[in-house]
Design a protein around this ligand. Structure first.
Ligand code: MG
Length: 306
């Protein structure tokens, strides 16, 4: 079920939200197809490129900042009418037909127009592209007109104790130092935070769920194994990694000189270019466990696209 909800893009959810505001603005008792279209138009106007609104009797509510503000104050629950309900059920089918992982505004538009011939005729006459009407091609619009891209971000954080007789592995490489990070695997704090950020962006849980430290097979393993595995999880769901931004917090050693090698190692495992990874180093100003050199931490934000 969680996976099903995940299929609906944020843009899709905003379309439905905007449709409700259109119904409030229109003072209708239900959300109908024209309110859904108003929502789609507000969220993704490029889908209506070519439409000359002067040439059609169809009047969609224009959601201006003023009426949006007014409508958003209203508390009333507004139900969908029968046709709008059907459109919402058809849209995921449209997405499925084209092999799209996500249900977007383009699919909603195609669904609305597939169940109301009059609306379809009116909009085509006014210049709407046939692509937008066609159930299959509308869903394939990711590469052309009406391009809709879904972008998500996730955060990751990790901290490891620094102890003697351990290697200090950070970002997939060994950093020469008198201590290393404690951990079931190789204790690579940066790799772990990257995994959590990516899993978070894709709503796929966290590193502990996928690679529990109770499992013997992960003992002493290179954390790049986790990074590569997470990359595969994302690829299976059609996510691309757009960018990784990280802060590694350690009092010592100096990490900046090692960043170029870390970026290369991480980029290779993530299947992206080193330029898509930004690394920053901070000390803890001598404060707390990190400041005393007893621990190392990392913060990461990952951005993914589909
Ligand atoms: Mg860890």
């Amino acid at each position: 079920m969680a996976e099903d909800i995940d299929r609906f893009s944020d843009e899709w959810k905003r379309c439905i939200f905007m449709a409700r505001l259109a119904a409030i603005t229109d003072k209708t008792k239900t959300i109908g197809l024209s309110q859904l279209l108003a929502g789609v138009r507000k969220e993704n106007p490029s889908l209506f490129r070519g439409v000359d609104w002067q040439r059609t009797a169809l009047k969609l509510t224009r959601l201006s900042p003023e009426n949006l503000h007014q409508a958003s104050q209203a508390k009333a629950e507004i139900p969908l009418d029968a046709k709008a309900k059907r459109a919402l059920m058809v849209a995921p089918e449209v997405a499925k037909k084209s092999g799209s992982e996500h249900v977007t505004s383009a699919h909603l538009l195609a669904a609305v127009l597939s169940i109301d011939a009059k609306l379809r005729k009116q909009l085509l006459k006014a210049g709407l592209s046939k692509e937008s009407v066609d159930m299959k091609s509308a869903a394939r619009q990711n590469g052309g007109r009406g391009k809709t891209m879904v972008s998500r971000s996730g955060i990751g954080y990790d901290l490891h104790r620094l102890v003697e007789k351990r290697k200090l592995m950070i970002g997939g490489i060994e950093v020469p130092f008198e201590k290393g990070s404690e951990g079931h695997s190789d204790g690579d704090v940066l790799c772990h935070a990257i995994c959590d950020a990516l899993l978070g962006a894709a709503s796929m849980g966290d590193i502990g769920t996928h690679f529990p430290d109770t499992e013997e097979r992960w003992r002493g393993v290179s954390s790049l194994v986790f990074v590569r595995q997470v990359r595969q999880y994302l690829e299976r769901k059609n996510w691309r990694i757009a960018h990784i931004d990280a802060v590694v917090v350690a009092e010592r050693p100096k990490l900046g000189p090692h960043f170029p090698n870390m970026r290369v190692a991480l980029a290779k495992s993530l299947g992206i270019a080193p330029e898509q990874i930004n690394l920053k180093a901070k000390t803890h100003e001598g404060l707390g466990e990190i400041g005393r050199g007893e621990a190392i931490a990392a913060h990461v934000i990952a951005t993914i696209e589909s």
